[in-house]
Design a protein around this ligand. Structure first.
Ligand SMILES: Nc1ncnc2c1ncn2[C@@H]1O[C@H](COP(=O)(O)OP(=O)(O)OP(=O)(O)O)[C@@H](O)[C@H]1O
Ligand SMILES: [Mg+2]
Length: 279
């Protein structure tokens, strides 16, 4: 076809639209990167006070049990009637029983915070924006831990892991892909669903898949899911960028993402990453 002023103008409009999409994607991935940076920074800052609060807690447990023993011994020096009144006034029996429980619960709470911080750091892996040899299961576990609470109201999560070799990848970005897939799976389920995370490898590829028994997708929907801003979720719930960003991340790893879905029965997303990056 001979180029005309009209076709040129048409192409220009198309290019401008593509440029707009790319700009939005870049903005979104920059936002995610700085969110990751913020999370890693906060995790790092919290680590320090948590360290000394944890060790103080251990000392507190020791000191409080010594103090209780001391009060018990000293109270024997007091005449019986006065002793009973004093101990009752200070709810001594109750305090003795409750104090170790309080300390133990606080220690458990602190351990939970330490775990969350470790997961946040693993998830954001902010130090390495480059390809490194990484253990995929560690990334899957820390990403899963971060959303486990959100998932548990919707579905039981079954992990079917095969022992995997390490993978040359950008772990924080693959974590981001898994996070998007897990959230999509949960959002596709009304309640009492099943989400399955599977991993595997062969000579050339390493893969992970996320399947759900949620609402599934029609072929018309399937054709559009990787389009930026395509979403079927209510306004304010989805931006429609999760899968398009995930696909750019997977392409950066020279990998592929496959989808299998049946309306009413569920979907399965499989991400395959080559074990050797082509030159
Ligand atoms: N597991 C799934 N089951 C059913 N539909 C899905 C599933 N995963 C994705 N979709 C469909 O693909 C659309 C696009 O998904 P995508 O993750 O890109 O955006 P989103 O989830 O709508 O919003 P965002 O991820 O930006 O919060 C979803 O709105 C939904 O219609
Ligand atoms: Mg999504």
């Amino acid at each position: 076809m001979k180029p005309t002023a009209e076709t040129d103008a048409g192409q220009l409009v198309e290019l401008q639209a593509e440029l707009q999409v790319l700009k939005e994607q870049l903005l979104q991935s920059e936002k995610l990167a700085s969110l990751g940076q913020l999370a890693a920074g906060v995790a790092h800052e919290i680590n320090n006070p948590i360290g000394y609060v944890s060790s103080n807690m251990k000392m507190l447990a020791e000191y409080s049990s010594s103090l209780i023993n001391l009060v018990k011994l000293l109270s024997l020096q007091v005449e019986e009637g006065a002793r009973t009144t004093l101990l009752t006034n200070f709810d001594f029996d109750y305090v003795c029983a409750d104090l170790p429980k309080l300390v133990q619960e606080s220690e458990q709470g602190l351990n939970r915070v330490v775990e969350i911080i470790r997961d946040l750091k693993d998830f954001s892996h902010i130090e390495d924006a480059d390809f490194i040899e990484a253990d995929l299961h560690q990334g899957i576990q820390s990403t899963f831990n971060l959303v486990a609470n959100e998932l548990k109201y919707k579905a039981e999560v079954i992990k079917e892991f095969t022992e995997l070799p390490t993978l040359l990848c950008i772990p924080s970005q693959l974590n981001q892909v898994l996070l998007n897939l897990l959230l999509n799976a949960a959002q596709a389920i009304e309640q009492n669903g099943i989400i399955r995370i599977t991993t595997g490898f062969n000579d050339n590829w390493l893969w992970f898949s996320v399947s759900d028994n949620g609402k599934g997708m029609s072929s018309a929907e399937l054709a559009r899911i990787f389009e930026p801003f395509y979403t079927t979720k209510p306004k304010g719930q989805g931006t429609g960028l999760g899968l398009s960003l995930s696909r750019s991340i997977i392409e950066k790893h020279r990998g592929v993402i496959d989808v299998d879905s049946t309306p009413g029965s569920g979907s399965c997303f499989t991400v395959k990453i080559p074990r050797q990056l082509p030159d």
